[in-house]
Write a protein that binds this ligand. Structure first.
Ligand code: ZN
Length: 403
């Protein structure tokens, strides 16, 4: 039996989406994430012998977080291999399935076991510690993976410009020596707009200003970006507190599905999320909305939402704003383009976003702090650009590296 640690990045050395990393030691074999490719990437499903086909050779699949580019293909894992993720991630999947939303529809949640931050898990020859991270998906994990004296830190997706950077950095102290850092490198190549380099706090500050100054605000954002929903909640609360004496506060409106997701966040991450201020949109609120003003989540595939949006954009142009709070690439086509263009033509579009991914500058500092013996960059279109590190190993999809 080999005593060496082996790492095989099956996918993710030259694409952002679809990542899957295998780590093997003394006969124990684990995979971290098994995602779907992103739009525009090669759609081919990933086949790994012993994981998705053939006799099972893997002992576990560990999921860093619930984004599709990390778990989108876990439904293809052989049914006798356990899959681990946070309860939060599992409940997000179930909420999508209950509401017949297509994403995650084929995942069998009965086969999912729990991972909790700080609770070490022994899987064969590995001791694994999930570390609570900071990303645009809630309750994301980094993994400290110990193989006897060899320590690996797998970052998953993370950032150091979010609200929980201090907590993350604290969770990374006293890790001991790190022999191998496997880090995400999303931003190494992808062109970023300046807006997307805002901190989460800056985004919140801008949103607060927009809500204060514009009676009718529509929001387009990811349903599972709970930090952003928390920011809107705080902005609404501060508006209501400020104007309590002169007029009644405005509405904060979401749809039924979003309401359920917010409840998941409150239940599974109560120290980070509390959404008390919102209501579910219903037609009975139309008159009150017009009178008091509102911040409303705009579900772009909802015909009724679109009609309300166009009515306000047309009849109350100067008092209405569309706040677009996702990666700007998504609005380059389809319905999102149509809707954002409608606001843009009237100069009523504001783009305010903070990326879920670590900036190049922060990543450089992060690697210096962790001070690993070796670095592998995944979840990236370009490993080469990280060559500022002398100790980086450039790897290829499906090629095993021994340590
Ligand atoms: Zn992610």
């Amino acid at each position: 039996m080999s005593e060496k640690v082996k790492v095989n990045v099956h996918r993710g050395t030259n694409t952002i989406g679809g990542c899957c990393t295998e780590i093997t030691y003394k006969g124990t074999r684990i995979a971290i994430d098994l995602g779907s490719p992103l739009p525009g990437e090669d759609k081919k499903k990933l086949n790994v012998q012993g994981l998705t086909c053939g006799e099972s050779k893997f002992d576990a699949v560990l999921c860093t977080h619930y984004h599709g580019d990390h778990i989108g293909e876990i439904n293809r894992v052989n049914s006798d291999i356990p899959i681990y993720m946070s309860d939060f991630a599992k409940e997000v999947i179930k909420a999508y399935q209950d509401n017949k939303k297509t994403q995650y529809s084929e995942i069998d949640t009965a086969n999912i076991r729990n991972l909790s931050a700080g609770r070490e898990l022994k899987i064969g020859s590995f001791l694994i510690r999930p570390i609570r991270s900071d990303h645009s998906a809630a309750e994301s994990f980094m993994f400290l993976i110990k193989a006897d004296g060899f320590n690996i830190l797998h970052t998953g997706d993370f950032r150091l410009h979010g609200k929980y950077r201090d907590e993350l950095i604290e969770g990374l102290t006293n890790l001991g020596k790190i022999d191998l850092l496997i880090t995400e490198g999303t931003t190494l190549f992808r062109k970023k707009n300046d807006e997307e380099n805002y901190t989460e706090e800056k985004v919140e500050e801008l949103i607060r200003g927009y809500i204060d100054e514009n009676k009718y605000c529509f929001f387009i954002l990811s349903s599972t970006n709970f930090d952003r929903f928390q920011g809107i909640t705080k902005s609404i609360d501060s508006f209501r507190a400020k104007y309590r004496r002169i007029r009644r506060g405005k509405y904060y409106l979401v749809d039924d599905f979003q309401n359920k997701l917010l409840k998941v966040a409150e239940k599974y991450s109560p120290d980070r999320y509390s959404f008390k201020s919102h209501s579910k949109y219903g037609r009975n609120l139309n008159a009150g909305m017009e009178e008091k003003g509102f911040a409303m989540q705009l579900r772009t595939n909802n015909q009724e939402h679109e009609e309300i949006f166009k009515k306000y954009m047309t009849e109350y142009t100067d008092k209405t704003l569309l706040i677009y709070s996702m990666w700007s690439g998504y609005m380059e086509r389809g319905k999102l383009k149509k809707i954002t263009d409608f606001a843009r033509e009237r100069n009523r579009l504001r783009i305010v976003h903070s990326s879920g991914h670590v900036t190049i500058q922060d990543l450089e500092g992060f690697v210096k702090t962790i001070n690993p013996k070796n670095v592998i960059v995944i979840h990236t279109e370009s490993q080469e650009q990280l060559n500022v590190f002398e100790n980086q190993i450039v790897v290829e999809d499906g090629v095993e590296v021994e340590f």
